[in-house]
Design a protein. Structure first.
Length: 252
């Protein structure tokens, strides 16, 4: 199938309308790599023009490897700002991911003005977009939960080792640059293919996931659109669902 790969827009000002839905994912609050302060600044900007809906699409919290001493004022501010948006009328939907899977037990609950769901369908302009975290299409994560947690712990150690070695190195390349490896790209491609197939089976116009930390928008005018909201550990990206799907990056 012929897709047109759309580059995301980098804007100092937020590019959305009040009637739009914004999808963000993969904050990993509690992880040292989470850009909680930047996320808080983004949410604070939303308060100036609250969107119709905000979807927190999984891995909001880092429950696999969190040292709870890392939960501080920046993380508390994020939660308070989400609550403030709900008070201003923004509909909040929280879809847990694999790193905060414990909350999936509450998938039919509504806490105050915040809906907990395992998936959500956005209906906009006679189109339907399915929102899921995306780990459902990652066979390894789904079938090997314990090993995935151990690998995640190992990755945290590698990040710390990498930061230590940078003291003695001129290299500015981050460990996360390994996301651009051929193997990782193959995994992302498989997840994308499965997600699109599932969306077609549900007769959706598009599907929006997170999970891979790979911001992406592939728009097919004659078929199912695919979007990945990226993350708030590196890319600080989000999806806007309005007249069209848009991939945006938050810069300060």
């Amino acid at each position: 199938m012929d897709y047109h790969n759309l580059a995301g827009q980098v804007n100092m000002e937020l590019n959305y309308r009040k009637e739009d839905t914004i999808v963000i994912s993969d904050f990993h609050l509690g992880s040292k790599r989470s850009k909680a302060r930047k996320l808080g600044n983004f949410l604070h900007k939303l308060l100036d023009n609250p969107p119709y809906r905000l979807i927190l699409n999984g891995d909001v919290f880092e429950l696999w490897s969190t040292n709870y001493k890392n939960i501080g004022s920046d993380e508390h501010r994020v939660i308070k700002l989400v609550a403030a948006l709900s008070e201003k009328g923004t509909k909040i939907v929280y879809i847990p991911g694999n790193h905060d899977r414990a909350f999936r037990a509450f998938f039919e609950f509504t806490f105050g003005k915040i809906k907990m769901r395992n998936e959500y369908v956005i209906r906009h302009d006679h189109k339907k977009y399915l929102v899921m975290h995306g780990d459902e299409f990652d066979a390894f994560t789904r079938n090997h939960v314990v090993i995935s947690i151990l690998l995640d712990q190992f990755y945290v150690l590698l990040v710390r080792l990498s930061a230590f070695l940078k003291i003695f190195s001129r290299s500015k390349k981050s460990l996360s640059a390994n996301k651009n490896s051929k193997k990782y790209a193959e995994i992302v491609s498989k997840i994308r293919t499965l997600a699109l197939s599932y969306a077609r089976s549900r007769k959706m116009d598009g599907i929006i996931i997170g999970h891979t930390h790979w911001p992406e928008l592939m728009d097919n005018p004659h078929g199912v659109a695919f979007a990945n909201s990226g993350d708030w550990m590196e890319s600080c990206s989000y999806i806007v669902v309005g007249e069209t799907l848009k991939l945006e990056y938050y810069k300060e």
